[in-house]
Design a protein around this ligand. Structure first.
Ligand SMILES: Nc1ncnc2c1ncn2[C@@H]1O[C@H](COP(=O)(O)OP(=O)(O)OP(=O)(O)O)[C@@H](O)[C@H]1O
Ligand SMILES: [Mg+2]
Length: 157
């Protein structure tokens, strides 16, 4: 089920929205991020990772499929499956450790359909005019979705 879309007017807004999501996640949870190239998926992950205490720069994984950080004793993983056209079971063996006991964020998750663990939260980001973005959060847990809707009410019109 999806919340009514939120409006982000800047990268800072997107990071602040991500921080509210991150605050409600636990190791073992993953978040899927969908939206076209350059829409702000990595910006969202950056805000979430910051909120979880990651101090290192959070950039798109380029030479590897993912990055993994540890902050406050919690592992935070960031995967980008853009270059994968579809993950094979052999490739999944390399990806699986990123998810182990971590809060994991996955850009372009559709390449991993059927193999990735189910997401706790899905984030869809769409371009509006200029820097504005529409951010839709979906989650099967109505309690979590309601808590997020309440915390993020100021981003909804
Ligand atoms: N409201 C906004 N939210 C997020 N990013 C924004 C916003 N307005 C402008 N931007 C800019 O859009 C760009 C988003 O880049 P980002 O790398 O996060 O996109 P992405 O979706 O991860 O792209 P890719 O598909 O290539 O991984 C950044 O340059 C960021 O500064
Ligand atoms: Mg990205």
């Amino acid at each position: 089920m999806a919340d009514r879309p939120l409006t982000s007017l800047s990268p800072a807004d997107t990071e602040a929205i991500a921080a509210e999501v991150a605050a409600r996640l636990e190791p073992g949870d993953s978040v899927w991020l969908r939206g076209e190239l350059g829409v702000g998926k990595t910006a969202f992950v950056r805000g979430a990772a910051r909120a979880l205490g990651v101090a290192q720069p959070v950039t798109s994984p380029t030479y590897t499929v993912g990055n993994r950080y540890v902050a406050n004793g919690v592992s935070v993983a960031h995967l980008d499956l853009y270059r994968s056209s579809g993950i094979t079971i052999e490739e999944w063996a390399d990806l699986e450790p990123y998810f182990e006991d971590a809060i994991a964020f996955v850009e372009w998750p559709d390449a991993g359909a059927g193999l990735l663990p189910d997401p706790r939260v899905t984030v869809d980001i769409d371009h509006l005019q200029g820097d504005a973005r529409l951010i839709t959060l979906s989650c099967d847990d109505s309690g979590l979705l309601n808590a997020l809707a309440a915390a993020l009410a100021r981003y909804r019109d």
